[in-house]
Write a protein that binds this ligand. Structure first.
Ligand SMILES: [Zn+2]
Length: 378
């Protein structure tokens, strides 16, 4: 069940996930946590048969593509526009239902579409957008980039997304080659920052990771070929790392939900091979690791929690993985002052579980213990 912006609501004797052995009374007013107090330990008041509940901050997915309906963009163009819109609304709904209350869209979704979906379909997913990605086709000099950025700023996006290298579509030996000149890359970041836009950089590895650290972007995405030295530089520069690790496992499986051609599966398999090392380097260096899925098709939206399993398989503890999706993700968004924690004054974005989420064995168990998803003030 999804509770949209409950104006006022009180939870009694609930656990706050991550704080063992204490129960709290929590009241929500105007979509924010108004008061959180430890419950009086009156055993008689906690009657038998009353369900134990845990409240956890809503999950923040730092890398989604809510507007995409097909792996191949040409397939989306063949669809009827109304069908596309309905599918996008379903993506919002599925994402919210799995406990993701905030998403950062990594390209394809303009703010106007978010407003339209909220008005006509109602899902109250909180979304930050980057509108259009800047990619290889935009490496046409500074004047062209200035025009493209103008369009992105005017759309109202909070982020600028740079496709600094290729991805699954690029031949293995070329995937770390930069799509832009160093001058163009730095121009984009400078210009974005001058307009108070944050920058997220798609890069599989190579020199664009160094450029990202030097330019002080907010996050790099994917980064499977990150080296140990580069991890140190990211940490020093305060640049976050959003590995989006699970999508490459899914893409590498020719019988998986994406069912991609063998050559693409092989490229994904190389990414899968490299990712655990990159994450280990980042973790050791103290780079902020953020939860992001890169999920972009109906078969994937709503399965976002799977990323937690991959992050733990690659060396994070379960509790680190949960934090990468809540408090750390909120800090990466620059919203750490009102998102990602159950605290007074914070937005009431939360998941109610009927089992301790910190003790879940995996994403599937976590998913099954969701009772309600709450979204707070708009
Ligand atoms: Zn992406």
């Amino acid at each position: 069940m999804i509770l949209k912006s409950p104006q006022s609501k009180t939870f009694r004797h609930v656990y706050i996930a991550g704080i063992p052995d204490k129960r709290f009374d929590i009241s929500i007013q105007n979509g924010r946590f108004a008061s959180i107090t430890e419950s009086n330990p009156h055993p008689a008041e906690v009657v038998d048969g009353v369900q134990d509940l845990w409240i956890n901050p809503g999950v923040i997915d730092l890398h989604t593509h809510l507007a995409w309906t097909d792996f191949d963009h040409d397939d989306q163009l063949k669809r009827d526009p109304h069908e596309v819109e309905v599918m996008q609304a379903q993506a919002f709904e599925a994402t919210l239902r799995t406990g993701v209350t905030t998403a950062r869209d990594a390209g394809g979704l303009p703010p106007a579409a978010v407003r339209h979906i909220a008005e006509h379909y109602g899902p109250s997913l909180r979304v930050q957008t980057s509108t259009d990605m800047l990619g290889a086709a935009d490496s046409r000099g500074l004047q062209h980039l200035e025009q493209r950025l103008k369009g992105i700023f005017e759309s109202g996006a909070q982020w600028v997304k740079i496709m600094a290298t290729g991805g699954l579509g690029a031949p293995t030996e070329k995937v770390a080659d930069p799509n832009f000149s160093e001058e163009e890359f730095h121009f984009i970041v400078r210009h974005a920052h001058a307009h108070n836009k944050k920058v997220m950089v798609h890069t599989w590895g190579g020199v664009t990771i160094d450029w990202s650290a030097a330019a002080g972007v907010t996050s790099i995405e994917h980064g499977m070929f990150l080296t140990e030295d580069q991890a140190g530089r990211l940490a020093e520069a305060g640049v976050a790392f959003v590995p989006t690790a699970s999508i490459y496992r899914i893409a590498a499986d020719p019988r998986g939900v994406l069912a991609l051609p063998q050559v693409i599966c092989d490229r994904a398999a190389r990414a899968v091979e490299a990712h655990p090392k990159a994450i280990e380097y980042a973790r050791k260096a103290g780079v902020r690791l953020g939860f992001g899925t890169d999920y972009a098709t109906p078969a994937l939206h709503g399965h976002n929690l799977q990323e937690l399993d991959t992050l733990t398989d690659y060396g994070l503890t379960w509790s680190e993985a949960l934090k990468s999706a809540t408090s750390t993700a909120a800090e990466i968004l620059g919203s750490g002052y009102e998102l990602g924690r159950i605290a007074e004054g914070y937005l009431a974005d939360a998941i109610i579980f009927d089992a301790d989420p910190y003790r879940a064995k995996n994403a599937d168990e976590l998913q099954k213990s969701i009772v309600t998803v709450i979204t707070g003030a708009v």
